[in-house]
Design a binder for this molecule. Sequence first.
Ligand SMILES: [Zn+2]
Length: 146
Amino acid sequence: MLEIGRLGTFEFPAGLYLYCGSALNGLKGRIRRHLRRDKKHHWHIDRLTAVAPVAQVWWVVEGARRECRWADAIKEQGGQIVARRFGSSDCKCSSHLLWWEKGEYTSDLYRILFADAGQATFGMWAAGKDEDSPGFEPGESAKSPS
Ligand SMILES: [Zn+2]
């Protein structure tokens, strides 16, 4: 059980979670912050990243926000809501955090989320690739969704 600010207290089943967010004032800084455990809790996701490791970061650099579309698409692919309104105080989504009961992320999901990325710079960062530098560097692992 975790208390998520004013949303209340929720049960988080063991497993993988996908959280969709945007960083309008700098992607690298925001991601690095999400990867740190020790921080002041400002966003709902801070409560979760303080107690659970971040396994992967899927990112896109572009002008438009896409967290609502991604949250929708993940839900459509089987992502489940365990904390209503988590990360979605500023929009109409039921949640920006989805529990991925299926376990492994699939390449299908990757292909679906990045299908319309077009000319944008995008990619995936995986924790543990280099144990000595857990930082996030967009660009180093950019790849096409095909
Ligand atoms: Zn939304």
